[in-house]
Design a protein around this ligand. Structure first.
Ligand code: SF4
Length: 597
């Protein structure tokens, strides 16, 4: 099985035992890896309608066939579980050495099941697999826990995943931190880890991943390094993801003040130019290997947050902790981002939930008495105070730790919570980007900007952002393509220099399995349908493929994405997907075509 380690490691926290199972040929051919493995295992092994924080949920960590090979953008891993935030498919990706070392230790997939009685961490050093007592690091921040493990374990070459206080306290949007500066942020999978009393996973592996055509793989790797210098990816390389802020703001597509506006007047205080002038220190490539190096290491050099240092902030974190909370101070955003990373909070849901609470305060739905302090838009001190309360579930933080959907239902403020299926919306204003609106409505994990990346052609003007015709096709085709990226697993930001033809070559050279472009896209489509089947089993129907009230009826530039517009786009999308127009379920014919029946 070239390109794969060929094994699954299954760890049962209840009994403290583990098993090694073979990865089947059929799994490899039908699902490739990454999200394909994640959703198939989740569907087969996790019973429907379980409580995501119960012992029955499983946490599935996946790699892909390109991980651990010289392909320099295959630096990510995926995590899957039923999400405690949304109650549907939970999936999240992050960079880190975990992926490469897990594979080099001999495993393509790690399945965590059961629940430990006391805090533990999992050590995987090749075939030395142990559950170790973690009581001394339980309660520590992600960064402190990682530092302690790195110094205690006597091995420098480690991939470490950890949760912080938010995960331990079952905050529904707790993230999993990877090698300090990267996070599997979305869907609250850190809370699943916390419910299992698993504080961290430390992995080291030393074997080689054999590939079918080593020269071919090196040629692909060299091509990526060469093309990473080209103009096609220059903007991303120079400005990182934060470069998007200026572009989104220029199109009035930067959600501001809890989605009250799509334009932030003080954007120049939080944009990439400001970062480069004031806090930027150096470029960072994932695993010190990716030549695009879109990570930006920033240090605050003066003022109250002096000394704060992170890789970031990324665009999404800046939107959520900055303009959406009406905060115009990038140094404060960096500090809030660092706080989220240490406490183990997803910056998007964390920032958006605080923005929601700020609007509740401004409208008198939450009072100073409820909060213990004033929570005005633009108040960065209040933002950070509230993030701490959330992580420790103290005071009002206990309610907000449930995410904006549940909190809004308790407060009778549903119209102010900006989410789809319980997942808070990323920072692209779906009132003025119609394909983006559709992708939020249909994405498998709730409002997601990564599955179709429909915002890219819309923001760059490659297509008409206000046109609704053709957006079903756009989202469907891009979902299949990026699902393929997530099965391999390669970084989606590399698309301008790693197109379908390159992917096909890389896959064939690594695995020796001769699939052409069409066949690979069909695997993407199969995985998309598996994700839908998982969600349908949890009760998702067409009715749930909708948008928050702020997008449907609160105008930006006089525009909304209306229910009528959404319905037209949904019809086109479902037709192309082969899903029933009324229920949104995959049809029998489609499932047969994809060998899922
Ligand atoms: S493009 Fe950026 S996020 Fe992607 S692998 Fe390279 S450095 Fe990491």
């Amino acid at each position: 099985m070239l390109g794969y380690a060929g094994k699954i490691l299954r760890v049962d926290l209840s009994s403290g035992s583990f098993k090694i199972e073979p990865l089947s040929d059929q799994m490899v051919k039908s699902y490739i890896g990454g999200n394909g493995f994640g959703v198939r295992i989740l569907y087969d092994e996790v019973p429907p309608k379980i409580d995501p924080l119960s012992v029955e949920n499983k946490l599935i960590f996946v790699t892909g066939p390109l991980c651990g090979t010289p392909v320099p953008i295959a630096v990510k891993f995926g995590v899957f579980a039923k999400s405690p935030l949304t109650g549907i498919l939970g999936e999240s990706y992050s960079s880190g050495f975990f992926s490469e070392y897990l594979k080099k230790a001999g495993y393509d997939v790690l399945i965590i099941e059961g629940k430990s009685e006391k805090p533990v961490f999992l050590k995987i050093f090749d075939d030395d697999i142990k559950l170790c007592d973690a009581s001394s690091i339980w309660g520590a921040t992600c960064w402190d826990a990682e530092d302690i493990l790195r110094s205690d374990l006597g091995e420098k070459r480690l991939g470490i995943l950890s949760i912080g206080p938010a995960g331990e306290n079952l905050v529904k949007f707790a993230c999993i931190t990877s090698d300090r500066y990267r996070q599997a942020g979305r869907c609250g999978l850190g809370a699943v880890m916390g419910a299992k009393k698993l504080k961290a996973i430390a992995v080291h592996g030393s074997s080689r991943i054999e590939v079918a055509n080593p020269d071919g793989v090196l040629e692909v790797a060299k091509g990526i390094v060469e093309k990473s210098k080209s103009a096609r990816i220059e903007h991303h390389r120079v400005y990182g993801t934060l470069g998007t802020l200026e572009i989104a703001n220029a199109q009035e597509a930067l959600p501001t003040r809890n989605w009250t506006y799509g334009f932030f007047e003080k954007a120049e205080n939080v944009d990439a130019e400001y970062m480069l002038r004031n806090t930027f220190v150096r470029d960072v490539g994932c695993l010190n290997r990716c030549p695009i190096k879109c990570g930006k290491y920033n240090v605050v050099k003066d003022g109250p947050f002096k000394g704060t240092a992170i890789v970031g902030p990324e665009y999404q974190s800046t939107y959520a902790l900055g303009p959406n909370c009406f905060i115009d101070d990038l140094k404060a955003v960096i500090k809030a981002n660092e706080l989220c990373d240490k406490l183990g909070i997803d910056t998007i849901t964390g920032g958006c939930t605080v923005a929601f609470a700020m609007e509740c305060f401004e409208r008198g739905i939450l009072s100073e008495e409820d909060l213990g302090f004033k929570l005005r838009f633009g108040d960065s001190e209040a933002l950070m105070r509230l993030l701490e309360l959330i992580a420790y579930r103290k005071g009002i933080g206990n309610l907000l730790a449930e995410g904006s959907k549940r909190a809004s239902e308790k407060l009778g403020a549903e119209a102010l919570a900006v989410h789809v299926k319980g997942l808070e919306c990323p920072g692209y204003d779906a009132r003025v980007l119609k394909g983006t609106a559709l992708q939020y409505a249909v994405s498998s994990r709730g409002a997601c900007h990564l599955r179709a990346r429909a915002q890219v052609p819309e923001l760059t003007g490659a297509i008409d952002r206000l046109e609704i015709e053709g957006k079903g096709k756009l989202v469907k085709e891009r979902e299949d393509l990026f699902t393929l990226f997530d099965s391999l697993i390669v970084c989606k930001f590399a698309l301008p220099i790693f197109e379908l033809s390159d992917i096909t070559k890389a896959y064939n050279y690594v695995t020796g399995i001769a699939l052409n472009e069409k066949e690979l896209l069909m695997v993407g489509e199969r995985i998309m349908n598996m994700e839908r089947l998982f969600n349908v089993r949890e009760g998702v129907t067409r009715e749930h493929d909708t948008l928050p009230k702020k997008i449907l009826s609160h105008p930006n530039q006089g525009l909304v994405t209306s229910k009528e517009e959404l319905n037209i786009m949904l019809d086109e999308y479902y037709r192309l997907r082969g899903w029933d127009l009324e229920t949104g379920k995959p049809t029998v014919e489609k499932l047969r075509e994809l060998n899922l029946l």
